[in-house]
Design a binder for this molecule. Structure first.
Ligand SMILES: [Fe+2]
Ligand SMILES: [Fe+2]
Length: 269
């Protein structure tokens, strides 16, 4: 049975993250030939939130659909994205966020297959979060995927706690094609295909400044930490970068994943 490949970037942080994607995506496309490219966009606009300009920039680079998380509301220009007729169906807020703007799932037909993509948020240790129960929300998303008649379904679960990610991922085993985690900005090495054909990873990791504090300049953050506070999160404009993503291969007849591979590029030059 033929397969489809999906390339998924985790949190992509600020201009330095966007430039990194533009630099490496042509090579990744040539190497993996993805049918669909997804990116978590919550940190696209200078580290916090989304704007139409930054989304369009990444769409031009080749990204098809954008998921997000707790920081999607951090730049008030999210409104221009969620009200734009061309963007409102490809940029997602977490489905279980109690928000009136934006949508939490979408479908996209590409290369002869209908993909269902959803954004969902965890609850514990999440800053600026307004999420409702994610198990109930996941059940609703499964219904929506079925209603849409999508063979291939992907959920980006934006959460801090690995326990939430493990439990929800196992609950969704065999019910979605891929369940990937984002938010911590740190890639985990636990990628695998679960017993009933769901590709799983706790966290994809970020694309942004390398050797800093999860994408923010570490020295400023240290200043805050000296006072037991969180320091200012400022995005470096230049310097080494890293990009973390996954490539997931899915049987388009059954919707079951047959492969998941971590992709990591570190550019220090
Ligand atoms: Fe993030
Ligand atoms: Fe986040």
């Amino acid at each position: 049975m033929p397969t489809k490949k999906i390339l998924i970037f985790g949190d992509t942080i600020g201009k330095i993250g966007r430039e990194t994607v533009k630099k490496i995506l042509p090579d990744l496309k040539a190497e993996y030939r993805p049918d669909l490219i997804i990116m978590n966009a919550e940190n696209l606009a200078h580290g916090f939130g989304i704007t139409a300009k930054t989304i369009l920039e990444m769409q031009d680079a080749g990204v098809d659909v954008f998921t997000s998380g707790n920081h999607v509301w951090s730049n008030e220009k999210y409104s221009e994205v969620f009200s734009d007729p061309a963007l409102k169906n490809i940029v997602l807020r977490p489905y279980n966020d109690q928000a009136t703007e934006g949508i939490g799932f979408t479908t996209m037909e590409k290369n002869g297959v209908k993909f269902f993509i959803a954004s969902l948020s965890g609850i514990v240790f999440m800053e600026k979060n307004n999420a409702t129960n994610f198990i109930t929300a996941a059940d609703e998303l499964l219904e929506q995927a079925q209603k849409a008649g999508a063979k291939i379904s992907i959920i980006d679960f934006h959460a801090e706690a690995t326990s939430e990610k493990a439990v929800l991922g196992l609950y969704l085993n065999g019910k979605v094609s891929a369940f990937v985690g984002t938010h911590t900005h740190v890639p985990t090495a636990d990628e695998r295909i679960l017993s009933k054909g769901t590709a799983f990873i706790s966290d994809i990791g970020m694309t942004g400044a390398h050797n800093q504090a999860i994408g923010g300049g570490w020295a400023k953050i240290l200043e805050g930490m000296k006072n037991n506070e969180m320091g200012k999160f400022e995005i470096p404009e230049s310097g080494p970068v890293e990009s973390n993503a996954v490539v997931i291969e899915i049987d388009e007849g059954t919707g079951r994943a047959v492969g998941i591979e971590r992709v990591r590029r570190v550019l220090v030059g």
